[in-house]
Design a protein around this ligand. Sequence first.
Ligand SMILES: NC(=O)c1ccc[n+]([C@@H]2O[C@H](COP(=O)([O-])OP(=O)(O)OC[C@H]3O[C@@H](n4cnc5c(N)ncnc54)[C@H](O)[C@@H]3O)[C@@H](O)[C@H]2O)c1
Ligand SMILES: O=C(O)C[C@H](O)C(=O)O
Ligand SMILES: [Mg+2]
Length: 569
Amino acid sequence: MTNSSSTGQSEKKRPLYIRYAGPVLLETPLLNKGSAFSVEEKRAFNLEGLLPATIETIEEQSQRAYQQYSQFNNDLDKHIYLRNIQDTNETLYFKLINDHLEEMMPIIYTPTVGLACQKFSQIYRRKRGLFISYPDRDRIDDMLQNATKQNVKVIVVTDSERILGLGDQGIGGMGIPIGKLALYSACGGISPAYTLPVVLDVGTNNQELLDDPIYMGWRQKRISGDEYFEFVDQFIQGVRRRWPNALIQFEDFAQANATPLLKKYQDQLCCFNDDIQGTAAVTVGTLLAACHAQGTQLKDHRVVFVGAGSAGCGIAEQIVAHMKEDGISEEQAISQVYLTSSKGLLTDDMPLRDFQQKFAKAKAEVGGWSSNVQNISLLDLVRESKPTILIGVSGVAGLMSEEVIKTMYASCPKPIVLPLSNPTSKVEALPSDVIEWTEGNAIVATGSPFDPVSYQDKSYPIAQCNNSYIFPGVGLGVIASGATRVTEEMFMTSSDALAACSPLVKGTGDTLLPDLCEIREVSRYIAVQVGLKAMEQGVATKVDREVLERAVEQSFWLPEYRDYRRTSF
Ligand SMILES: NC(=O)c1ccc[n+]([C@@H]2O[C@H](COP(=O)([O-])OP(=O)(O)OC[C@H]3O[C@@H](n4cnc5c(N)ncnc54)[C@H](O)[C@@H]3O)[C@@H](O)[C@H]2O)c1
Ligand SMILES: O=C(O)C[C@H](O)C(=O)O
Ligand SMILES: [Mg+2]
């Protein structure tokens, strides 16, 4: 395959010169067209006799694939079927996803991807991405050379320790980078030729996996401490040597490592942590849309978090930053934000992580909120602080109980309730319950997809407040602007851009976030705004708005076949 497999708009019509032929060509997912190879191509590439006589369009192929897909009656089998298409013909895979995005997104991504991670070794079929295992740490450069994609622009990497709310999944976490990168291409127009999923196999503390004879990862307890950070660094330095400009997205690292890794690398290379920064951006974007619907500003709100980890503290930081933009002091903003962990409200007498400390309340001031001297429960906190926004990022189902929601509603007639934990089985409250407990007055958005709720003859759409609204657009903006860093301000801009696309803000509908059928437009818009911010901050190589806009359009990949010409061997 030549490196000219880049596929921007302007290049679409140009033929692609390739050097594979025969069965090898059919076995190369980025190039395979299956029954869509033309008569001339079949002849030129030694494919005669290997395919049925009828030459099909990609539309016809997509229709057949959809018929086959529809015959599966459980989500995991549908996921396996789609992954199989991805591993044999990537263009067809993305055509099929584009044709049925709303239906298939929950199958290739959250929530089904969670089950696919849990069952990774059982359902394993074919290679995709890189598995970089600790025992092979001296050969990382060789492994990166082995990647089938030569011109990598986006890497999603996980060490699988906190896969959604499902905990340590060993190498099974590979499902997450694969799913995230599928959305980079389907929603953000980044050619699959440029994307690489990576799992860092540092062992697993999941005893079930260690005991499972079919488990395919390195069968050891996780490495930790200096050994762990040195290994991650070996990987990062290897990537810098191989693809110096690649964007690295950290995904689903455990709380203890997520923030330290981000802090270590965010000023050194082009990277971000999706669970901290992407989540914060989509949540603030959703809240800005909700505030608009209510005629309020973020600074008017009191916010309680259920969960004080990577996502909770990341969101809290961005809420504070936006409240400051609304005109209040940082101190005032922090005083309006309350975070709870499994030990209750964060207070200054608790052992806390660095990134939690600024949000801790003085125990001397809030101690009286509870009869329990040790900790202040969520219910006590809600009763005393009277929040107007409640955000769930705990990974624990049901924590937003009827009592908690009704207590909130008693002092807030229009509560904003975001149970964001994934997958569906971990949601802090079911949207239908929240709507009922608040007599239809709550604004609700969830991390996993939910059907609209019917309550007293009215239908309430439930927006999916998931970082998938942000990272494809941010990635596109980074690539199109040639950004060398991903700054906090670029994420804040992406929140504003997302909020601007909300049907409630535009006055075109009653949903908080845009429909998935508009996601490609939304990603383009976010990309331009993020690129402009990168230019303004001096971290982009493009310097002109028009050039940036053209780059976003030109680099936006669509799943269409190109004509092939044979290159000399
Ligand atoms: N919707 C989205 O886009 C999105 C994005 C990121 C994370 N999430 C979800 O958020 C959850 C947490 O992710 P994270 O990266 O912050 O994990 P994390 O492990 O860093 O943090 C989890 C937090 O929840 C707290 N917690 C656990 N039990 C609790 C309890 N009983 N009461 C209150 N707090 C409790 C922990 O103490 C910790 O502070 C996961 O389920 C993840 O899927 C959703
Ligand atoms: O993967 C998702 O659906 C969102 C988020 O990154 C998470 O970890 O839950
Ligand atoms: Mg994640």
